[in-house]
Design a protein. Structure first.
Length: 355
């Protein structure tokens, strides 16, 4: 998604509740396809400026993600500034929920980094525009299941594009981040007979791997992981996984992971393409989670959401084919496809208004 320095957001709302210490920002990039839908990230940003920059990027990415996923939702995102391990309380979450409720349905929230299903249940006590709740509260539950499934479908599509076969058996897959999504992705890779190398900054995640997936090779950090020859690299932690150095040196055929905003700059996709590395746009392949929480708004049906997530395979295969045919990068091809749908929706709205 190109960035000319002017994001063009419809609305950015700063939220502060003195009693609970809540500091949050809600950003709506576009509602042309429907209410903005995207998670709430609870993170200890160094400054409000850092939080603002992140929420602007994330909400814009959600517009493209929701468009590519065929959802009738625009792009929205929220961030809460603070350490969720220390600052997150039920009162703070309810204060945040009241702000979201005050937006009148223009923004629908869900879980993200630092927030979980149980947090959505608390927010839902005071807000009707929340999804990703627990099954006990009528929700869809943990969205990481379908997020990982969608990324796996992306890997299979990329394998078909690169090697002419969807099988990942025997392929070496490097996973950076084996948290909520990454550990499900480990499961998919193991089921296919792939060789998995993984790392995580969280000791508990590494303990999980040693206990539940002992055949996974664990390495000290992402730097060591990237020093290994890989067939597929899957960034599944925070954004910014692909900078100039990584793009110029990574030894892999495919990049396909769950992390948002993987490219530190737009030109990184060009660097990868010039080296013959197939980059699977993150906002396309990691859409399983938002497909799941969007389905909850219509009375959650797992099989329906699962089937829609499976379509990521066909969408990515088409995007990679378009990129190859037109001599453009996969990110450019994905952007064009998403913008075409958003543009068509905008044209319909203006046509209706003129009648």
């Amino acid at each position: 998604m190109g960035n000319d320095g002017a994001f063009g957001h419809e609305q950015v709302t700063f939220c502060h509740d003195r009693a609970t210490g809540l500091r949050a920002i809600v950003a709506l990039y576009s509602t042309v396809l429907g209410p903005g839908l995207g998670g709430t990230r609870f993170y200890p940003y160094a400054s409000a400026d850092d939080a603002l920059e992140d929420v602007l990027h994330l909400s814009r990415a959600m517009a493209y993600k929701n468009s590519l996923a065929g959802l009738d939702h625009g792009g929205g995102k929220a961030v809460i500034i603070g350490d969720p391990r220390v600052d997150k309380t039920p009162d703070l979450l309810r204060a945040y929920g009241r702000f979201v409720q005050g937006l009148g349905g223009r923004y629908i929230t869900a879980a993200d980094v630092g927030t979980y299903v149980q947090d959505m249940d608390v927010i839902a006590e005071v807000c009707e525009y929340v999804t990703g709740r627990s099954p006990a509260r009528g929700g869809a539950g943990d969205s990481s299941v379908l997020t990982a499934f969608g990324v796996h479908q992306g890997m299979r599509a990329a394998a078909q594009h690169v090697w002419g076969d969807t099988s990942l058996a025997g392929k070496r897959i490097g996973i950076a981040g084996i948290g909520k999504v990454g550990r499900h992705l480990v499961g998919h890779a193991r089921e296919e007979g792939a060789v998995v190398v993984a790392t995580d900054v969280d000791a508990a995640a590494l303990d999980w791997a040693r206990r539940e997936a002992p055949e996974v090779e664990l390495v000290v950090d992402t730097k060591e992981l990237l020093a290994r020859p890989l067939d597929v690299y899957a960034p599944c932690a925070l954004g910014g996984a692909l900078d100039d150095h990584v793009a110029a040196t990574i030894d892999t055929a495919i990049v396909c992971g769950a992390a948002n905003n993987q490219l530190t700059d737009d030109h990184i996709d060009d660097v990868l393409a010039e080296r013959g590395v197939v980059y699977c746009p993150d906002f396309l392949v990691n859409a399983g989670g938002v497909i799941q929480v969007a389905d909850e708004r219509h009375g959650f049906d797992f099989e329906r959401a699962h089937a829609k997530t499976a379509s990521i395979f066909d969408t990515l295969l088409d995007v990679l084919g378009t990129a190859a045919d037109r001599g453009i990068t996969p990110a450019e091809a994905a952007d064009a496809r998403a913008e075409e749908r958003m543009g068509a929706a905008g044209d319909r709205i203006w046509t209706d208004l003129r009648r």
